[in-house]
Design a protein around this ligand. Structure first.
Ligand SMILES: Nc1ncnc2c1ncn2[C@@H]1O[C@H](COP(=O)(O)OP(=O)(O)OP(=O)(O)O)[C@@H](O)[C@H]1O
Ligand SMILES: [Mg+2]
Length: 309
């Protein structure tokens, strides 16, 4: 290098550069009991005409109760079971029902109706109270205060969300652990920002959203498309972090839109949806042999989640 900067092949420089990624220790383990999530024979219908406001129907001289609904099946006869220590990925093309499934599990489904089946969390039906206690749901859009720094955001949540018997020192310790777990140390004092206020990067903001939920140490973590909008390197790192969290005895359920093959390999279980029906549910490594046995081999050098999704 002519400019006189030290050569990149220098070993100590390399170690320094990449040390944060090589750090694979678990800072933050889950000490609670194991959890199990079960969905059986789920059938979910949405009424697409319900979104048109009733007063618009008055122009047709119809009363609201005279208007017939336009029912559409969003999820059809879906069953799955996942327990602590496992990471289940819901994959499939756009509009196949991934968000609907996660919303039903977390009792946030609006505009639709579950016509049969049930969702059980540790053998109990998923009521909003039970969901609030046991499940952390990271939605696709980040809802954070843009003017707070990453650490301030987490300290604020720690004050509100952690039980009252926690001392200030314990709260600070928890914030430090979560920052270390999600590798947010280098941006801990940068403000979060949003579309209008420049702040941390998109990938860091996704990790802050996850950190906010992880702070109260949930046993079940549900994430809707956490990797969307991220470059493949950041997406891969994020899923590695989630996989580490699953190994810390948590249950991780995430939806992903056609993941890269190296991300796909990190999943324990996969459910492949097509128009609301599960085409495959089982171990991620068995998916290709399953479809091959059915006469649909994945072409060589082709990403299975691209090909089957
Ligand atoms: N409340 C609702 N009202 C009307 N239609 C709905 C409603 N909820 C879901 N749908 C329909 O159900 C289908 C599944 O939607 P969903 O949002 O679950 O898809 P998705 O798999 O998350 O897609 P994407 O990958 O694009 O986010 C879509 O056709 C959608 O239009
Ligand atoms: Mg979605």
């Amino acid at each position: 290098c002519k400019s006189g900067s030290p050569p990149l092949s220098n070993n100590s420089a390399n170690t320094e550069l990449f040390s944060s990624d090589e750090d694979s220790s678990l800072y933050f383990t889950y000490s609670g009991e194991g959890n199990e999530l079960e969905v059986s024979n789920l059938h979910y219908e949405v009424d697409t005409s319900a979104q048109i406001p009733w007063y618009e129907k008055l122009s047709e001289f119809k009363l609201p109760w005279e208007v017939k609904g336009n029912k559409q099946t969003a999820i059809n006869n879906l069953s799955l079971r996942v327990r602590s220590g496992q990471m289940l990925a819901v994959i499939g093309s756009s509009g196949c029902g991934k968000t609907s499934l996660l919303d039903i599990i977390t009792c946030r489904d609006e505009g639709g109706r579950m016509t049969c089946g049930h969702v059980l969390i540790n053998g109990k039906p998923n009521t909003p109270q039970l969901v609030k206690k046991s499940i952390a749901h990271v939605r696709q859009d980040d809802r954070l205060l843009p003017h707070l720094t990453v650490r301030e955001t987490l300290c604020f949540v720690a004050k509100l969300r952690l039980p009252s018997h926690f001392s200030q020192a314990q709260r600070d310790q928890r914030v430090d652990d979560v920052i270390a777990e999600l590798r947010l140390r280098q941006c801990a004092h940068t403000r979060v920002g949003n579309d209008y206020v420049r702040g941390v990067s998109g990938g860091e903001r996704r990790r802050v959203s996850i950190a906010v939920q992880l702070l109260w140490n949930p046993g079940i973590l549900i994430l809707d498309e956490p990797t969307s909008g991220l470059d493949s390197f950041t997406a891969h790192n994020l899923v590695i972090t989630l996989s580490r969290l699953a190994k810390g005895n948590r249950l991780i359920l995430l939806s992903v839109h056609q993941p890269r093959s190296d991300i796909f390999q990190l999943f324990d279980l996969v459910v492949l949806l097509s128009s609301g029906s599960a085409v495959y549910f089982g171990a991620a490594r068995d998916m290709v042999p399953y479809f091959t046995a059915l006469g649909h081999p994945c072409p060589r050098y082709c990403n299975p989640s691209d090909f089957y999704g």
